[in-house]
Write a protein of this length. Sequence first.
Length: 193
Amino acid sequence: MMQWFTADCHFGHFNVIPSCGRPFSDVAEMNAHMLDAYVARVLSGDDLWVLGDFAIAKTADGGRDVVRDIFRRIPGKKHLILGNHDLPWVKELGWESIDDFKEIKIEGRRVSLSHYPMLTFPGARHGAIQMFGHVHQNWRGSRNSVNVGVDVFDFRPVTLSEVLDRAKLLPVNAHWDEVEPGVTVDGPSISLG
């Protein structure tokens, strides 16, 4: 069983295409591309953690029915970390769990899941990593707090290993010494591996 992470899919939402510079001509193309990416990676026994903003669609144009079909077709056990666009109809799609914030462990590593980026989080001094969305392509994150949104990960879900590889390439948060004084991100107590 694998753990997969993603954020800011915005299935069904046309305006996200121009506002985020997504390389799709219309919503149908965007939806199909992302659905194919999810189906190619996630298996039926896997967990898929969606860190907010799964979909924005209207009832009037049939968009919500399209999104419901997409949800059913995505394999795995789907978990939602609530984002600012996850309206009541999105919450009713059939998620395994819905939370505002969640902490899980993968291979002994603490992982904090939030829609929003945080300066510090549980276990930040001891090797934990935080994953977030919300900011789309505007910020990839910092050394131990990584944006897992589709706009910065090729419109596909990612594994912890991929997130940790990205984290090693990101700068230390400029405010780290203010919020966690005396601790270095690459120090022995919080090494990213």
